[in-house]
Design a binder for this molecule. Sequence first.
Ligand SMILES: [Zn+2]
Length: 91
Amino acid sequence: MRRYEKREVTETRDVLAEDVCDWCGQPIDRKGLQSIHDKDDFECKWETGSLYPEGGWGPKSEVELCRECRPRFFTMLEAQGVKVQRGKWEW
Ligand SMILES: [Zn+2]
C-alpha cells in the first residue's frame, strides 16, 4: 500500500514570460493600446492537416511580429512581387 501525505513542493514549469518578435527579437508590446476599443491584430500562419468536429491536427508555420516589423514585413513581400491587399476593415 502506498501512503500519501500532504507536502508543500516547489515546482518549475514553463510559463509564458513574454512574446518576442520573430524578426528583430524585441518584446511585443501588447499593452500599448490606448483603450479597450483600439485594435491591433497581426496574424501570419499556415496550417494544413485534418479537421474533424471532435478535433484536428497537422503541421503549422507562423510568425509573430512587433509593430515596428509589421510594415517592414509587408514592404518586403511587395518587393518580392506579392500583391498585398490594402484596404479598410469594418465590423
Ligand atoms: Zn520586430
